[in-house]
Design a protein around this ligand. Sequence first.
Ligand code: IPE
Ligand code: IPE
Ligand code: MG
Length: 248
Amino acid sequence: MSLIHQINTQNIPQHIAIIMDGNGRWAKQHGENRIYGHYEGVNSVREVVEAAGTIGVKYMTLYAFSTENWNRPKEEVEALMELLISTISAETPQLNKKNVRLQAIGNLNSLPTNCLNELNESIEQTANNTGLTLILALSYSSKWEIQNAMQQIATKVKAAVLQPEDITEKIIEQHLCTNKFPDPELMIRTSGERRISNFLLWQLAYAEFYFTDKLWPDFRKEDLFEAIINYQTRERRFGKTSEQITQH
Ligand code: IPE
Ligand code: IPE
Ligand code: MG
């Protein structure tokens, strides 16, 4: 029986962030080259996004390509960009059908032009959808994002549009690429690695972390449900005592 029935519908995280890791190892296990793993990973993306939308998750951020990933072998980077283009193009009608709105964060201008064009087209075509917002982190790294925010803020201070004492958490958040989205309550990383790899350092300040040994191409909808059920067992105290949380 599906784990979906064990989910408390009153406590669904509104934003889930995922570090989709392990495509290369999955391919190796299957005697194939790394690229094959990335292709199979797309099937997991499709299934997980659909499942998240079905249970009422509002935002899902997928770490698809990091700033550091540009340092991979040229053939792999090119294959990933090709895969991105073909996937976005092929999946956009389905995104519309499922009422999914596509968004992206990262240094998008560093993407190849045809990739950026395809991405922008899909973002435009899905802009009016009201279900899940799917945010792709592309050429993204948190330190890049924070550096970028600081430069924008410093420019405003220099122009006296902003005073140093006006720089609040809210102002900083407004200058991050995620300014239109709430912070994730749950961060999932597959493949057994227990690190954050330069992903949403600010935004994950109070997120619950869920690690699984499953490789990304093996992570499917029941695994997402399992992660959410696990999340629902956690007491989110935000610095308070357990008694304070359970008082009401
Ligand atoms: C994640 O899988 C996908 C990307 C980083 C683009 P990996 O390609 O990192 O797979 P492993 O970690 O080598 O197994
Ligand atoms: C993180 O995975 C980036 C993405 C999933 C896109 P990596 O496989 O690149 O991370 P590290 O380098 O092992 O930490
Ligand atoms: Mg990896």
